[in-house]
Design a binder for this molecule. Sequence first.
Ligand code: HEM
Ligand code: NAG
Ligand code: NAG
Ligand code: NAG
Length: 474
Amino acid sequence: MDLTNCFIFFLLLTSLYFALTRKTPPKKHPPGSMGFPLIGQTLSFLHAMRTNSIEQWLLQRTSKYGPVSKLSLFGTPTVFVHGQSANKFIFTCDGNVLGNHQPPSFKRICGERNMTALIGDDHKRVRGALVSFLKPEMLKQYVGKMDEEVRNHVEMHWHGNQKVMVMPLMKTLTFNIMSSLIFGIGKGETRNNLIELLQHMMNGLMSLPINLLFTRFNRSLKASAQLRAFIKNLISERKAALEQRVADTRKDLIACLLGIGKTEPSIRMSDEEIVDNVIGVMIAGYDTSSVLITFLVRLLGMDRSVYDKIVQEQEKIAKTKTSELLSWDDLAKMKYTWRVAMETLRMNPPLLGSLRKVLKDFEYEGYTIPKGWQVIWAANMTHMDGRIFSDPSKFDPARFEKQASIPPYCFVAFGGGARICPGNEFARIETLVTIHYLVTRFKWKLCCLDNSFSRNPFPVFSDGMLIEIEPKDC
Ligand code: HEM
Ligand SMILES: *[C@@H]1O[C@H](CO)[C@@H](O)[C@H](O)[C@H]1NC(C)=O
Ligand SMILES: *[C@@H]1O[C@H](CO)[C@@H](O)[C@H](O)[C@H]1NC(C)=O
Ligand SMILES: CC(=O)N[C@H]1CO[C@H](CO)[C@@H](O)[C@@H]1O
């Protein structure tokens, strides 16, 4: 019997018991303390993030209270759930019971209409619009564009240097790729201004929402307002270009979203929604894929045998590719490289987990979780569970040879269910193209072996991941 059946069976039994004894079930909240009023465990949670000890922090909770416990985060009563059955429950839960949810600072910075804040039918409609741009059939056309961006980047920032700082460079690269595909902005001054705004904006996402001069949150709001104004301008430009037919809806994400609902007005997106969602996609795609590529570069700098195997795979592709630019078919051949990326995502998921808002009371594991609370889940805990991934601290890409052998809701680096990451294909393409050019052109080693990182909430390396590089003669 699998866990859901167990769960259903358990619910049936308890309801039967209560029906027979004719008592109403007591409303029982999960174990745990709410900490100080308002602040709760927020500061200790943020501290654990910053010092990369969130894993231990959460483990302490589960060993003290079990897989379901209550606490208070960002001023809201919260339930932390952990394990495969918890993941499944969250990812498949009715959207009217559990909605998506972000810390309050996040909402004020990103707007209320961004997809991560939408629920139910609204969420489906907007998500559908984004997926129409992020789906593989669409992205196929952009492999060449990504290839150009990666090559420009390598020429400009890698060649001719002996040392490079990988993390900031990968942020620049993934930002440039998104600028090109999402804003339709080529290289130049505008991009540099935009990246600065985005960084300021993101710095405040996990801060306490205190809007006073000189707080992180205040700077972040300021940057957000400037970015929104910029995107609004871009929307007007695109609208004009689409009307005069000097651009088509495949030009970039903005043009694509403007083109939605031509024949079906009910799914049309308002300008406000486009702004919020363009920002949402920027945030969702910026720190995640750059973190993955940085972890990959780190791994390849430490593990010679994985590096050699990847080089072998990539050089073969370099020799047999039919045009100068990499193609969709070339990417399909990068099987080993992608398995290494998946294993990297397992051991170091860029997104640690996320929050859901409870929209209706529900029962979980015998506890009542009331409306208005939030639920938090964490990926790393399932990824490091030895009952699911044997010998979990061993790096072993072979785990992903047979994807089907991994039980569902256990590899959750991209989430799962109705809100599974719609950008995973985008991330796959940028990662594979980047690794292709890095390993076919360079060898490298890490400058500092103690490359510890903190979370903000995404991993940040204290040394920026400095490496020494050596060009290959080709
Ligand atoms: C390695 C790279 C990436 C990782 C690990 C990642 C991870 C995730 C995860 C775990 C979620 C689900 C969050 C939840 O359930 O609450 C998510 C959602 C999302 N991701 Fe990604 N992501 C990556 C790259 C990208 C990229 C490149 C884009 C866009 C170009 C993107 C766009 C989105 C969007 C729009 C959502 C919200 C979906 C929704 O709420 O329905 N992601 N991502
Ligand atoms: C930042 O704080 C100052 C002082 O409290 C306030 O006047 C200003 O409006 C804030 N900025 C934003 C963007 O909210
Ligand atoms: C995930 O957990 C492992 C083992 O506890 C830890 O070493 C690693 O740093 C964690 N990864 C992240 C990205 O938090
Ligand atoms: C169209 C729409 O609902 N826009 C909302 C965007 O978010 C702000 C708050 O951040 C709301 O006030 C708007 O109504």
